[in-house]
Write a protein that binds this ligand. Structure first.
Ligand SMILES: *Cc1c(COP(=O)(O)O)cnc(C)c1O
Length: 377
């Protein structure tokens, strides 16, 4: 067994059928497929409004702008994430204020947010919001975050790019905060090739998001009348068709992911040098990736090399955002600033994970990890 993919989309005849259906019409943008996709996405997150956009990153940018955040403002967020959750603030010259994460869930730590808000002075006054990420599909502590945002009058943004189908205490990810996004790059729970969606219950935010994605047109504008600075962040009918077919199959897709994760949980249970993903009480996880943590970060290179030689690709997930060169340069971040994030980032590893992975493939990966135990100790 060799050359397992790290991730893979799950595309069937239904996806091909709906994309072909669009191609048999003259409407390739701004048509019924996008509307259908938006209705389905809104239903998954139990939101009033869904606005399809060209990527998850575009969706985050739209939210930051639609909330009126800009130069001089600061937003509290996590340094342990895919870079887009922080870059979306930089696009609008909003300062990211990182706080460290929880060592078990890898999500932003609400207690540290409270600490950051307790400090006085000009920085405190500039903090206007919290942007939290459901990392690897694991819901952040939304009940806490909502209470903090409420108490301090802060905007709350959910980056649920990795958590479509997850829930916390029965509430779906994508339903928390003023607005949220899903993202549909091919390694996410569902894909449109490229794509994203903005989710909100606010009529005003929804209208602003629709305008921003569509070159700043107003709801009743002529095609060449623009009422504000906007972008072309539209999703095409072709992409939306792919998304409709994927959302029709959502329960099937999520069940397959849960099965693969369960095989991993079982197969890795007795391997002493690593920790499988933690489960949070009350959380249902839809599995974006399967990320293990090595108890000794010094082992990671050896583990990666060993697996690579046996046809198993892995990837360190995620490097700390504050240590990226342009963040260091712009904000003066350095090693030691967020020790939990740095320790986690140095010791985590994403294993091959996709819907159609077989039990034999998962067992193969687990066996290779098991076989390495002796030589690591
Ligand atoms: C994938 C991802 C995004 C961005 O989505 P794109 O569609 O790739 O732009 C944002 N945030 C997180 C946490 C992600 O994993």
């Amino acid at each position: 067994m060799s050359n397992l993919p790290l991730a893979a989309p799950d595309i069937t005849d239904r996806e091909r059928e709906l994309v072909m259906q669009v191609l048999s019409t003259p409407i390739l943008s701004g048509g019924p497929m996008v509307q259908r996709f938006e209705q389905m996405a809104a239903a998954v997150a139990r939101r009033k409004h869904a606005i399809a956009v060209s990527s998850g990153t575009a969706g985050l940018h739209v939210i930051v702008r639609a909330l009126g955040l800009g130069p001089g403002d600061a937003v509290i967020t996590t340094p342990y994430s895919f870079i887009a959750s922080s870059n979306c603030l930089l696009y609008e010259s909003v300062q990211p204020i990182f706080v460290d994460i929880e060592a078990d869930t890898f999500n932003i730590d609400p207690d540290r947010i409270t600490d950051a808000l307790r400090s006085d002075g000009s920085r405190r006054n500039r903090i206007k919001g919290i942007l939290a990420v459901d990392i690897f599909g694991h819901p952040a502590r939304w009940e806490h975050l909502e209470a903090i945002a409420q108490e301090h009058g802060l905007k709350l943004i959910e980056d649920s790019a990795e958590s479509l189908g997850s829930s916390l205490s029965g509430r779906p990810c994508g339903s928390f905060g003023d607005a949220a996004i899903f993202a549909f790059y091919p390694n996410k729970q569902i894909t449109t090739g490229e794509g994203g969606v903005v989710l909100t219950d606010s009529e005003d935010l929804a209208e602003m998001a629709r305008s921003l994605r569509n070159q700043g047109r107003g709801p009743a504008s002529d095609w060449l009348e623009h009422v504000r600075l906007g972008y072309n962040y539209r999703l095409s009918e072709l992409h939306a068709a792919l998304g409709v077919a994927q959302l029709e199959r959502l329960q099937e897709l999520l069940a397959k992911r849960a099965q693969v994760a369960a095989w991993y949980d079982e197969g890795l249970r007795d391997i002493s040098y690593l920790t499988p993903p933690a489960k949070q009480d009350g959380a249902e996880v839809s599995w974006f990736v399967y990320v293990i943590r090595l108890k000794n970060a010094g082992h990671r290179q050896q583990v990666m090399q060993w697996l690579k030689e046996r046809g198993v690709p892995t990837r360190p997930y995620f490097p700390a955002i504050h240590l990226m060169s342009f963040y260091r340069e712009q904000f003066g971040f350095k090693e030691g600033d967020f020790p939990i994030t740095e320790a986690v980032a140095a010791s985590t590893l994403a294993l091959p994970f996709h819907n159609n992975m077989t039990e034999a493939e998962v067992n193969y990966v687990c066996d290779q990890l098991q076989a390495l135990t002796e030589s690591l100790s």
